[in-house]
Design a protein around this ligand. Structure first.
Ligand code: C2O
Ligand code: CU
Ligand code: CU
Length: 501
């Protein structure tokens, strides 16, 4: 099997791609890799890609997922989600079988506030078992939506919980054992926004769809007939198309437009891809102002050249738009070799005439953990061919997966060692964590923010620290896993049982 990055470059002219010079090395690295598993180039630099200017046909305004309204009964906000299959045109003129929540692709945005009591009525019409996990939510294990609570076609699952965390951009997606990649690739994903009553939240744009805009990125693989691919079975990667979708719309040949009616706009970025790394940057090379990581606001707004999102990651930015601007996504080859390139996906017209206040000088207070007395644990990520393991066990069944047991109140420091050369995206359910070190180096900048998903490049060692708060259970567990969905399905998942202290 060829792993040449450029093998699909000229394929039938379906994509407009601007290939980066730097990817030649990535192709070589991939070709040299001996495993046929999901691979991500380590050599692709985190540096800003040199953006060639391209002529793009501008057609289509940015589609904004609808906001799901709740019905309220007994001060519980009830949200109704129906998972269904359908068809969506992703490649021009080609109908693809897809799935979505309350539609045929992706799902509505759910917006809640810290302290809300919610109930999610989720109906499964997929013709297969599923679950829905509230990624990044701090909720009891029984309602977290892990594989233990999978429910059958035709059933409705109605978990209820209290929103118990600071403002953050979360998301929801299926999480049944062995079918996460398939179901997410079909389109089952949506954004879950948590707001709170802090001064920071009050000071930031929050008018959904007007100045508070979700951007859900998905790298998809599909054949010419539009069949979405989520694993390596039965085809050659050079025969596939690799569209990049933004809010469900293929931007491979199009730059979407957005008219900013206010000067300051907040964008919530979510990489909902199965495995690809997506780096966001401005087309003009100016910096972006990042205000949040996965689990909340940074201590202060931070100027960054690029934002690198591994599978499952989120970030929030604000842009003060005194003039038109454009955003680009640089795709770093993730699953097989096709999905690389730079896409100018959004052209923003500035029509705001207001002058926003300065951003608060302090957005959040984050007390960095002193881990001296924390309980140490080692998490080893590895693989043997297509069998992916955590601490030596392949989590392809509930019985075979490694199990980590802890208690409420426990403060822990985990040394996550990537014993393979593969890229992984480490995700922990239940609580937010802090990055303590990356290959022995102290984190800086946005890596000082609260996270639930962190990149672990090949052979890297990353230390994270967390405190298990609030929720315990003797039966239902949380999960920790690689968020490259194929890796998760191939066993890179362990259970986490948090019992009462
Ligand atoms: Cu986004 Cu365990 O998952
Ligand atoms: Cu999760
Ligand atoms: Cu992985």
């Amino acid at each position: 099997m060829s792993h040449s990055t450029s093998s699909t470059a000229g394929k039938k002219g379906i994509h407009r791609r601007r290939f980066l010079g730097g990817l030649a090395g990535a192709g070589a690295a991939l070709a040299a890799t001996t495993t046929a598993l999901s691979l991500i180039s380590q050599t692709d630099s985190k540096n800003k890609a040199s953006a060639a200017s391209a002529t793009t046909s501008t057609s289509g305004t940015l589609v904004i997922p609808s906001l799901l309204s709740a019905t309220t009964s007994d001060s519980t906000d009830v949200y109704t989600l129906t998972m269904d299959t359908g068809t969506t045109e992703i490649l021009s003129g080609v109908s693809s079988s897809t799935a979505g929540f309350n539609g045929t692709f992706l799902g509505p945005t759910i917006k809640v506030t810290n302290g809300d009591v919610v109930q999610m009525d989720v109906t499964n019409n997929l013709g297969a078992d599923t679950t829905v996990h509230w990624h990044g939510a701090h909720v009891p294990a029984k309602v977290d939506g892990g594989p233990q609570v999978a429910f059958a076609d035709g059933e409705t699952w109605s978990p209820s919980f209290t929103i118990n965390q600071e403002a953050a951009t979360l998301w929801y997606h299926p999480h049944a054992l062995g079918t996460t990649a398939e179901q997410v690739s079909m389109g089952l994903a949506g954004m879950l926004i948590v707001e709170d009553d802090t001064d920071t939240t009050a000071a930031l744009p929050s008018d959904y769809g007007v100045d508070d805009i979700p951007l859900i990125f998905q790298c998809v693989a599909m054949d010419d007939e539009g069949v979405i691919k989520y694993d390596l079975a039965g085809y050659q990667e050079q025969d596939l198309n690799y569209p990049l979708l933004v809010n469900g719309v293929n931007v491979s040949d199009t730059t979407l437009t957005f008219t900013a009616s206010t000067t300051r706009v907040r964008f919530r970025l979510l990489n909902a891809s199965l495995s690809d790394i997506i780096t966001i940057q401005r087309s003009d090379g100016e910096t972006l102002t990042q205000i949040a990581t996965e689990q909340g606001y940074l201590t202060e707004a931070t100027e960054v050249d690029t934002i690198r999102l591994v599978a499952g990651s989120r970030a929030e930015i604000v842009m003060d738009l005194s003039a038109a601007a454009a955003l680009e996504a640089v795709i770093t080859t993730g699953w097989v070799s096709g999905g690389s390139g730079t896409y100018e996906f959004l052209s923003i017209t500035a029509e705001g005439t207001d002058t926003p206040d300065d951003l608060p000088s302090t957005l959040n207070t984050i007390s960095r953990y002193d881990t001296t007395d924390f309980t140490a644990r080692t998490i080893t990520l590895n693989n043997n061919g297509a069998t992916m393991t955590i601490n030596g066990s392949a989590g392809t069944s509930m019985d075979s997966m490694a199990m980590i047991s802890t208690t409420v109140g426990s403060q822990e420091i985990w040394t996550i060692t990537n014993a393979s050369q593969l890229e992984h995206s480490f995700h922990l359910h239940d609580v937010a964590f802090q990055v303590i070190s990356i290959n022995g180096e102290d984190p800086t900048g946005v890596n000082l923010g609260w996270k639930d998903t962190v990149e672990i490049i090949g052979a890297a060692t990353v230390k994270i620290a967390m405190e298990f708060t609030d929720y315990s259970d003797d039966t239902y567990m949380y999960m920790l896993h690689c968020h490259l969905a194929q890796h998760e399905d191939e066993g890179m998942m362990a259970g986490l049982m948090v019992t009462a202290s």
